[in-house]
Design a protein around this ligand. Structure first.
Ligand code: FMN
Length: 411
């Protein structure tokens, strides 16, 4: 399979090439937590850059449960015009526009000031940084039902706004991933215990979303290949989940891995089966592709054309790219046209020993590039991690204050 060939999804729609812009939380929503000018400019660059599939950063299904400040929230149709404009821009060059939808569960910063809910009352263990997250309360059965319906609500609103699909975020230690993992789900009711019970929440979300959106609307899932923690969600668990998803009309599964506690998605996967630094989940993705009926996308560490070609010629259908597209949004076009400039975009390596802080600094360096792109300036992949980190923390501080004010007004 070639990078610039079409992919026909199970729902019959077409992704015009095999390069997917993976979800990156932008923290760039306006003061009403809506997509606005900054996000429009950013996504215009990606649309023009030629990726066949563009997945938004995670959009929150509940304004009280945020992965971070200045996140986009989609709960009702009051401001759907902003979302319509966003979808239009993403689709303007022929790409599929998928909205990633998410609930953080216990991975919500405590300074957002909201009660934290999770499958079980188990706190994040990040050494001194653990204090940055609240102690979660175990969700009631009613809350579980409510959150499932919120995923459905946001998915149907995304379709109304003109998005061509949603990606349900079941990876990276957020709420659905917390249900899936035996380390974070100690429930003794039908939502916990056996692998079947732990995956019930994901299956309910997928089934109910599928039943409420059009046949031609894509429903995708981002799934961990593993938690990369002893006793956690394993590669075997991931394969079993995908086998079950085969029966639920899922259009694509994106393979990733890790959580805040073990940030493997940022390239620190330490497993003998992970490739050293590039396409580091490829081996897992190939195994998953072998049992999957739907197309598979793998994301993590891809920044060279040869690696991307290797991914799509190895039985994996779509290559997901995040960081490199934040440095050069035109990678797909450059690769297609054989342009040599900037075709291996990489950030300055981070040598910090604290994995959690290094992962935050890495995200901050990427978000620094977003702001350059918005201003129409050249990106600066060599930005100092410390400088980017400090800027990001200052933005987070300001945006958290604005969020709290907004919430009071909303309520
Ligand atoms: C700034 C930033 C924000 C991210 N936000 C999200 C997100 O909202 N949802 C998600 O599934 N992954 C998110 N990720 C992870 C990426 O989708 C991707 O899995 C990871 O960066 C590895 O791919 P890469 O090596 O191409 O960057 C984020 C990554 C970065 C750098």
């Amino acid at each position: 399979m070639k990078l610039f060939e079409n992919l026909i999804l199970p729902n019959g729609s077409i992704i015009p090439n095999r390069i997917g812009k993976a979800a990156m939380e932008e923290n760039l929503a306006d003061s009403n937590h809506l997509p606005a000018d900054e996000l429009f400019k950013l996504y215009d660059s990606w649309a023009k850059g030629g990726a066949g599939l563009i997945i938004t950063g995670n959009v929150m299904i509940d304004r009280r449960a945020m992965t971070g400040p200045a996140g986009v929230v989609l709960e009702d149709d009051k401001y759907l015009d902003s979302f319509k404009k966003w979808a239009e821009i993403i689709k303007s060059n022929g790409a599929q526009a998928w909205m990633q939808i998410n609930h953080p569960g216990r991975q919500m910063p405590v300074n957002m000031g909201q009660p934290t809910i999770a499958p079980s009352a188990i706190s994040i263990q990040l050494g001194a940084a653990s204090k940055a997250f609240g102690v979660p309360r175990e969700m009631t059965i009613e809350e579980i039902e409510e959150v499932i319906e919120r995923f459905v609500n946001t998915a149907t609103l995304a379709e109304k706004a003109g998005f061509t699909g949603v990606e349900i975020h079941a990876a990276h230690g957020y709420l659905i991933s917390q249900f899936l993992s035996p380390l974070t789900n100690k429930r003794t009711d039908q939502w916990g215990g056996s692998a079947e019970n732990r995956s019930r929440f994901l299956f309910e979300v997928v089934e109910r979303v599928r039943s409420k959106v059009s046949k031609s609307f894509a429903v995708a899932v981002k799934l961990n290949s593993a938690d990369f923690q002893r006793g956690g969600f394993s590669p075997e668990d991931a394969k079993e989940v995908v086998k079950k998803l085969n029966d639920l009309e899922v259009d694509l599964v994106e393979v990733s891995g890790g959580s805040y506690e073990a940030p493997a998605m940022m390239g620190k996967a330490r497993d003998e089966r992970s490739l050293a630094r590039e396409a580091y989940f490829l081996e897992f993705a190939k195994e998953i592709a072998a049992v999957a009926k739907m197309p598979i996308m793998v994301t993590g560490g891809v920044r060279r054309k040869e690696v991307a070609e290797n991914v799509v010629s190895s039985g994996v259908d779509v290559v997901g790219i995040a960081t490199a597209l934040a440095i050069n949004p035109s990678i797909p076009n450059d690769w297609k046209l054989g342009n040599s400039k900037d075709n291996t975009p990489s950030l300055r390596p981070i040598t910090w020993s604290n994995k959690a802080l290094a992962s935050m600094a890495n995200m901050a360096m990427v978000k620094y590039q977003f702001n350059r792109m918005i201003k129409g300036k050249k990106t600066v992949p060599n930005i100092s991690p410390l400088k980017a980190f400090i800027i990001d923390r200052m933005n987070a501080y300001r945006n958290t204050k604005l969020y709290k004010k907004w919430l009071v007004q909303k309520n």
